[in-house]
Ligand binder design. Structure first.
Ligand code: AMP
Length: 576
């Protein structure tokens, strides 16, 4: 583990991508079959593979508790170190070194020990037990190794390592074509498994496995119709943007599973969708949305909220808020053969590399039992548009159907799991909103004086690999949400400075605003005029927050198209 930690630091120390790749490749080549998958999963900032259902459940408080057990370091000392580094792992390394923590090298943990301890931490219940296990591991680790361990645990792998870079390093390390590595990564959705296939020269054998959720394709925000037509046009595919919960459906034989956008199995919460999918004759994977729906009408998201997180919904709740599956994509498919059997035992032929037009044709060919005929499915509403006016009309129609806005897609695009490209653009409001990470909170004023209601938030600067602040807003959340979040932020405070608390950078909020301005007030170099919190996005993690690049693009778009926007915005507002 010490070698991994040193490698991580060396990679962090260079900004040159080619140098990062070479350092990684030289290191990966030296690992054996057991170590390689662990090392690459850790390099992407995760304790477990992404599609794994496990999580350590460790946060700042548990890390601080473990450090206090290992060395004479209080929570305040750790908080002060965080203020200096803005990085939890660097703070841990620093305080342990200063405390003279120097365990015997003979007991130093290797990668397998660390992975086994992470698994034990996951299985342990309660923060105290988790902290004890972590303390046991850190007690055997010198400050550098401890820093590496906390790097992985805090998911804050600030060494500029996106999956793409690890894939490039794997290609170089084992002398395989980069395209083959990327394709295997896309199909397996597991960088550890991909590494193993690259090492053994079996990348072509990568298959699309059922019941292993793939990462979801993401959409970029677009500020107006003109930008969409310019980027994807002239003729674009326009689908309604449903306000439900993103969901990947896997089925084979009589087994059906539903996965949320954070790749968790949520099947138990939606028995009606499972039942609707059980009798279907094909094996495959669909992408779509769970939506509350009754008598031909979409129910508001607030109704669906009563179903969220429920494992075994009561008959009354099922009757009160019925849920259907709106499908818009097919990622893998085995149709029944002449003998009627579709099964190939857990794998299906991938369809995600086909253009969207072709995937839609396959989807429509599945003849899903539609909700309007008493079935449990719908297909996303699809039309085409070739002008900004047509797009704005479609937007108004989607709103009239009680949907959030539009999802505009390039009909030639392939399905890119986990990528936020420009193949899909979302058009939601008069202006775009951006997803930001809350980095600081303050107690409010007036009736909000006892609660943490003022949020400072940041976007991701991928170039410098850090979070950069862009604004501050009084929370537009409900009193109940503010109360819940206040408790959460109190428990996840890293350091306190008068009224202001630096908090664990993990909560994502969707921020609406009027205009983006250049400004030195915030680290991003931008400020938002009239920022307001549109909603909490507890379904997203910090890695999914918008980037400085997106903000810059929106700013430039606003500069060049400001006048058009005002008109477009006003028209859309009137349409609502
Ligand atoms: P957002 O959550 O605001 O970043 O918008 C992206 C989300 O819109 C996706 O994750 C889906 O859950 C949702 N969505 C709704 N309708 C569609 C659609 N027709 N195509 C793709 N995504 C959609």
């Amino acid at each position: 583990m010490r070698r991994w930690s040193e490698l991580a630091e060396r990679v962090a120390a260079t900004t040159r991508t080619s140098e990062k790749t070479s350092l990684l490749a030289d290191y990966l080549r030296t690992l054996d079959a057991d170590e390689l998958p662990i090392a690459v999963v850790f390099l992407t900032g995760r304790a477990f593979p992404e599609a794994d259902q496990r999580a350590t459940g460790i946060g700042w408080a548990t890390i601080a508790n473990a450090i206090a057990q290992v060395a004479d370091v209080g929570r305040a000392d750790l908080g002060a170190a965080y203020d200096r580094f803005s990085d939890i792992s660097a703070a841990v390394g620093d305080v342990l070194a200063k405390a003279g923590h120097a365990p015997d090298e003979a007991g130093a943990p290797d990668l397998k020990d660390v992975a086994a301890t992470f698994a034990a931490i996951e299985a342990a219940s309660g923060p105290a037990r988790k902290a004890d296990l972590l303390a046991g591991l850190l007690a055997r680790s010198d400050p550098r190794t401890a820093r590496g361990i906390v790097r992985v645990l805090s998911g804050e792998l600030r060494i500029g390592l996106r999956e793409g870079l690890v894939e490039a390093a794997l290609a170089k390390a084992f002398d395989r074509p980069l395209d083959a590595v990327k394709r295997a990564g896309m199909l397996t959705g597991d960088i550890g498994r991909t590494a193993e296939l690259a090492r053994t020269g079996t990348l072509e054998g990568a298959e699309l496995a059922l019941f292993h959720p793939l990462k979801f394709m993401l959409a970029s925000p677009a500020e107006d119709a003109a930008e969409i037509i310019q980027r994807l046009g002239p003729t674009v595919w326009v689908e309604d943007k449903y306000d439900g919960i993103r969901c990947q459906l896997h089925r084979e034989g009589t087994t059906v599973r539903l996965y949320s956008r954070d790749l968790h199995d949520i099947s138990a919460g939606y028995p009606e969708v499972i039942r609707a999918a059980e009798p279907l004759p094909w094996a495959g994977i669909l992408d779509g949305e769970l939506l509350a729906w009754r008598d031909g009408t979409v129910l508001p998201f607030i109704s669906l909220q009563t179903r969220l997180g429920r494992k075994d919904p009561s008959a009354e709740l099922l009757a009160e808020v019925p849920v259907i599956y709106v499908a818009w994509d097919v990622l893998g498919l085995d149709q029944p053969g002449p003998d009627g059997a579709a099964d190939r035992d857990g794998v299906v032929a991938p369809t995600l590399e086909l253009p969207l037009t072709e995937r839609r044709r396959l989807l429509e060919g599945l003849a899903l039992p539609l909700a309007e005929d008493g079935g449990g499915f719908a297909l996303s509403h699809l039309s085409t548009a070739a002008s900004t006016d047509a797009l704005e009309d479609a937007f108004a129609e989607a709103r009239a159907r009680r949907n959030e806005g539009l999802m505009v897609k390039d009909p030639t695009s392939i399905y890119s799991p986990g990528r936020r490209g420009y193949g899909w653009l979302k058009m939601k409001k008069a202006l775009a909103t951006i997803d930001c990470v809350v980095v600081g909170v303050e107690v409010g004023h007036g009736k909000r004086h006892g609660v943490l209601s003022d949020y400072t938030f940041a976007v991701r600067d991928e170039g410098r690999d850090q979070l950069v602040t862009i604004g501050k807003a009084y929370s537009g959340l409900t009193d109940a949400e503010i109360a819940t979040m206040t408790r959460w932020f109190e428990e996840h405070t890293i350091s306190q400075h008068g009224r202001y608390r630096v908090v664990e950078p993990t909560v994502v909020v969707e921020v609406a605003f009027d205009v983006i301005l250049r400004s030195n007030r915030h680290k991003s170099g931008f400020a938002l005029r009239f920022p307001r919190i549109a909603q909490l996005r507890l379904d997203k993690d910090a890695r999914e927050a918008d980037t400085l690049e997106t903000v810059t693009r929106l700013y430039e778009g606003l500069q060049s198209g400001a006048e058009h926007l005002v008109t477009a915005g006003a028209r859309k507002a009137a349409a609502r």
